[in-house]
Unconditional design. Structure first.
Lengths: 201, 155
């Protein structure tokens, strides 16, 4: 009889422990600008760090200051190569950077991803017969970009039995489309280290 | 009857004053305001650019750093030819061990309204013993007239 009670008690304790570890805790909003990395993988706070550093340099470097002194050059953002072992949405990085730079009022951007939608809309206005021709947007009035932004994200990994070190280097270049000259380039390194606990992982 | 010698009491009192000097407080300066937010929240320096577009280190800054493990030795700035303002803060690790700091720049227009609120991010920097580093912030608009620099330990 006593043994049954003990077994029942142990079962109850174990089930409660199980509840505590498997149930999800309360959810709260956090500052999106906070720098709190949770893993060595590339994450949102890394994106923020890269974007902030890149924008700082792009707006204040003598070469870019020179071309934005009295006008707002038109820039198109090209492909960013992902040379890491992770699936990283590199477009998110360039979107974040181009949004911040655009809001500074020093550069203008042409959006590659919207081109087909813009063309479809202009075609609709001009050829569907549904839009008053006098109000339709004329074809061939777009402005050609002067500069293209290219870049790459590379990762370097080093592991020991206790430590994992992941370094990321994000490189960006601003190239003059007419002359092919690299007018500006910058790289932002990020180094993340994770030390394993003595117990567990 | 005196169990604790007077000298020890004085040292203890000085220690208490030293600890509390890193606590909250506000110092008004020629170019702005220094807010001491405590050991966890760090320090906030608000400073406005001069008419010539520069920002000079406030002499009060050194006194404000008592009690922290780091010292901000300078806050200077200039206006680039494209109208963008740049601020640079020099920070020294006062300890013999490594120190991780977080910093953030925030920018205000002439009316004191924050430019692009919510877009500022905390950046981290590691300082080796007694190392000094210069950290820069760039305004997100040529409307910026004032800068606020936040520095705190990365806990």
């Amino acid at each position: 009889m006593k043994l049954n009670r003990i077994i029942l008690l142990v079962f109850l304790v174990l089930s409660l422990v199980g509840c505590a570890t498997t149930s999800s805790g309360p959810v709260s909003y956090q500052d999106p600008g906070a720098a709190k990395p949770l893993t060595t993988n590339f994450g949102f706070s890394d994106l923020n760090q890269i974007a902030a550093n890149m924008v700082n340099d792009m707006l204040s470097h003598p070469a870019t200051v020179d071309i934005t002194r009295s006008r707002r050059p038109l820039v198109v953002v090209g492909k960013i190569q992902n040379r890491t072992d992770q699936h990283i949405d590199t477009k998110s990085i360039t979107d974040s950077i181009s949004t911040l730079v655009l809001r500074s009022g020093k550069f203008r951007f042409s959006h590659i991803d919207s081109r087909q939608q813009i063309k479809d809309e202009i075609d609709y206005q001009n050829y569907s017969g549904m839009v008053n021709r006098q109000t339709a947007t004329a074809e061939g009035q777009g402005i050609g970009a002067e500069y293209i932004i290219t870049g790459k994200l590379a990762a370097f990994i080093a592991r020991t039995s206790r430590t994992t070190e992941k370094s990321y280097v994000f490189t960006m270049r601003l190239i003059n489309l007419q002359t092919h000259v690299i007018e500006w380039a910058h790289e932002v390194p990020i180094r993340k280290v994770r030390n394993r606990n003595f117990f567990g992982s | 009857m005196n169990i604790i010698p007077k000298r020890i009491i004085w040292i203890l009192m000085l220690g208490v004053v030293f600890i509390f000097s890193a606590c909250t407080g506000q110092i008004k300066t020629e170019s702005g305001v220094i807010n001491k937010l405590g050991l966890d929240s760090g320090i906030q320096i608000r400073s406005h650019f001069n008419e010539d577009g520069t920002l000079k280190t406030d002499p009060e800054l050194e006194n404000a750093m008592v009690g922290y493990d780091f010292r901000i030795t300078a806050l200077r700035g200039y206006t680039a030819d494209n109208g963008i303002k740049v601020a640079q803060v020099s920070i020294m690790n006062k300890t013999s061990s490594s120190l991780n700091l977080q910093y953030r720049f925030s920018w205000l227009d002439a009316n004191g309204i924050e430019i692009a609120p919510g877009t500022g991010v905390w950046l981290t920097k590691q300082f080796f013993s007694y190392e000094t580093k210069n950290l820069s912030g760039v305004a997100r608009s040529s409307r910026a007239q004032q800068v606020i620099v936040y520095v705190k330990e990365n806990n």
